[in-house]
Design a binder for this molecule. Sequence first.
Ligand code: ADP
Ligand code: ZN
Length: 745
Amino acid sequence: MSSNLFAEIVFPVPLRKVFSYRIPEALEGLVSTGMRCSVSFGRRQTVGIVAGFTSQAPNYSRGIKPLDSLLDTEPSLTPDLLELGKWMADYYYCSLGEAYFAMLPTGYRKNPRAFLYLTSQGLDHPQSVEEVLAKLGPFRGINVERLKGGKVPLTARTRPLAEALKQESLGALRLAGASDNPQVKKTARPGGEVALPLLHAQQEMALKAVLDPLNLSTFQTFLLHGVTGSGKTEVYLRAISEVLVKGKQAIVLIPEIALTPQTVERFTGRFGDRVAVLHSRLSTGQRTYEWQRIALGQAKVAVGARSALFAPTRNLGLIVVDEEHESSYKQEDSPRYHARDAAIKRAQINKAVALLGSATPSLESVQNARSGKYTFLSMPERVNRRPLPRIKVVDLKREWQVRGEDRPVLTLALEEAIRETLDKEGQALLFLNRRGFSTLTLCMKCGDQVHCPHCSIPVTLHRNPSMRSAYSGQAGLLCHYCNWTGPIPEKCAACKDGPIQQVGLGTEKVEEELKAKFPKARIARMDLDTTRKAGSHGEILDRFRRRQTDLLVGTQMIAKGHDFPGVTLVGIVGADVGLALPDFRASERVFQLLVQVAGRAGRAEKEGTIYLQTFHPEHASIVSAVRHDTQGFWERELELRKDLEYPPFCKLGLLIYRAKDEKKAHEAAEKAGEILRKDAGKYGVRVVGPAPAGIFKLRGHYRFQVLLKAAKPQAIRQLLQSLDSRLETPAGVFRAVDLDPQTML
Ligand code: ADP
Ligand code: ZN
């Protein structure tokens, strides 16, 4: 019997097409969409994913190759993920292969020579491998003895065994995916028995609204705007409980930096072993194990960062996106998907509920709530009616004038407040969204700044131990974009004369200043540099929560989602970081960050106070944050966005052309711009640029950008398609397409 069916396979490459392979007779009937397989592609044996079938024999010059073996007995990608992948490829203008592979855990993406394991994990009536094999009897060409180790590749030769296993040992053994190593270390998750707090009225209302579509299994998206400390997490937990009662599964997305052991514990504390945790700090084996538990239905709640969105649930009822405004939900390489928006799409495919929560929602979501696309839920008060903390503004311009040459890190007011807090045995957070010691290194004569040799970015001085050892006891310079390090130059490179000096402020310098001023206080710092080691993130937070630290200095890492009952003082050392960035979201980002940091104070019985140091006390973002005036901020910012034609009032597509050779990158961008402009009117797109990108040079590549603006995303897609049908990006030039870009740099 010969088949007329060919499998259409996709690969994680930016080619927007499928590749046909012959299905060998022996694998007929076993292949289905969403399965991984091993095939030869180009010159390599590699992993592909079956995207579909065709009866049309392809016309390949070198003939059609066979599908060599299957790496799955059940599709790795569920039907809803397959559909979501198609949407992603379409919407984000990437290849189907890039989208599908982005959904798989890393352990599933490589190793075409992987084996399948015989395992009884997750089955109702497990038997040993030996028992089942004995019952099945001998198979020609297969050394059953060797299978007792549990490894078998699914190829033409082993098909009879696979079939027999499917039929006869149902419920006893299964062939599981190649990376499904049953040997992986399991984490016990005690929990599940806690006294539930009585919901306050606003929580009741929010929960009730969410339960309606959950009970009816209809799709709906909610935007839960709850001030910091209003009890949003409790609403998520109750909604998840209901989902579990219905026998369905839930996914909870949390931004990577807020995904601490403490945060995870709130979920495992309630649901115990029914929780699977997916984050980037897990080993490949652990990640695969958690993934399998979800696929098998053992785990009901998947908690994780961005990519947990692709957890292989079979019966999805709810997706929660906590801190929905976080820009880290956007993946910054292809496929450049936004996890919040893809989550909403996945909920829609599954007739499930999407619940977005934030104290500072993105303006996109606010506008979607206003237009009725999302249902708006509001919790304007803190739990137990605790007041929002008072914010005192300290004008740095005035302080600097008064104190002359002595440019202080801490104003007298903030210093005094810290002293008082320490006297009363309280705790304080000191926030500055800039790591390192000094942020500018410049010549005192000509003003020339020291830049990274590979990026058009000023370098930051770091004094941490690893830097000191690299530069014989001296501090070193670091590029925050490419991690280039170098020593401090003795003389200015530009005028060859002037002395070099350090200005600007980072968290290391704040820490040093605190140590000098408060020698008895226990001080810790949390930023990218102190949290590189696995587990250190959770440890710093744990010590602070247990009050073994008095003062915690940190970047945005300390701003998000944490609940520190002992904190009565928050010092915002520099509120202006980020205000001047050439990005239309700069004001929004600063506002969100200030509100989030301020929200860390006064969450328990004691009231909290914030000192906010700024050079721009009159700036609208700062004024709104100080007044806790979220509505006012939205009104004003939406008005501005409308006038300037920026999201949420249009869709953006950003094209970046980069090359080592500046001229090549420039020419490619110019040529594309010309063609785009010719067609733009036809599709209703506005073309802005090309222009040098905000970060003109990055990791040795020169970058030019073209911005596309349209009312609908389809218009941008169609214009790009027409561009790609006419123009190929030249060799040596790389083009990135970013739909709904979160950064304009
Ligand atoms: P948010 O996520 O909105 O900032 P959380 O969910 O962290 O707020 O809640 C703040 C604190 O209040 C947490 O310690 C939480 O356990 C507690 N909490 C939440 N809801 C209630 C409630 N109804 N009664 C008492 N305490 C609550
Ligand atoms: Zn660099």
